[in-house]
Design a protein around this ligand. Sequence first.
Ligand code: NDP
Length: 309
Amino acid sequence: MTHTRCLIIGSGPAGYTAAIYAARANLQPILIEGPQTGGQLMITTEIENFPGYPDGVEPFQMMDDLRRQAARFGTTFVSGSVTNARLGVPINYITVEDKDEYEAETVIIATGASAKFLGIQSEQDYKGKGVSACATCDGFFYRRKTVAVVGGGDTACEEANYLSNLCEKVYLIVRKPYLRASKIMQDRVLNNPKIEVLFEHNTLRLTGENRVEGADLIYKKGEPEEEIRHIAINGFFLAIGHKPNTDLFRPAVECNEEGYIIVRGDSQATNVPGVFAAGDCADPHYRQAIVAAGSGCKAAIEADRYLQA
Ligand code: NDP
């Protein structure tokens, strides 16, 4: 059993920033990196909106900078995922990969969120055979082919633009008659000749022998113009939002209906004394790297104050 004053779970901007602050407060934090070192940002192409990088930055570069900054002040990194958590005063018990046990006086949960799926059967049937939730990871396999991206937010637009650099054609399947994405992302999509936006379309099923070869879509479902349309595609990319990674901490840690951890008022404190939450796992509103980093800072300062009290 390893004892620590501060254990941080997650290696995105929230986790690393919490580690920088906790380490500089001499808490000698241990940070459990989780299934994807660097977190969700690692699957985006380029980060253009994090202050301090006027020319944009590649995700790997930014996360490596944050990690090295946390290491410089004495953070210990543990690779692996948390498999069990028993949280509560006077001490919290965390298990990593079902074998390594930690007892922590304070815990900062910064586990982020994971991509959502539509919930149709063919997504499962064609997983790894043309269905993906990460254009940056899998786009390369679809060079000079035709793909579809589902969603109307910034992620969907970013992925559609990214794929248009590799693919012959990109359909963007949007369930509403408008895009939810920021204006700049909308403009990039709408002015891209390789992207065709299919407004008011929903996906019914994917088709194909052994791999995705097409999709049946329903246009204007429930309206007089309702119509089933088929598109020929080789790849189907989901970009419809995320689910917070908080299952392990419930029910001890209070969450809202969507699973986001509820923090108290203006702080990062959860309902469990000594347990704090930061980043996307506790943020249904902004879900931005800079906000996550700020909340990681707050969580570490609060953990330090809790220990002092
Ligand atoms: P969002 O929640 O913003 O958008 C999700 C999109 O998926 C919406 O268009 C939504 O439709 C659609 N959707 C949800 N469920 C379904 C479904 N079952 N069927 C069809 N469509 C569905 O998520 P994002 O991941 O795009 O963005 C999350 C946050 O991250 C946002 O704040 C965004 O601004 C930010 N972000 C910023 C980036 C940047 O600045 N570079 C890049 C990527 C993300 P509807 O609109 O109808 O609800």
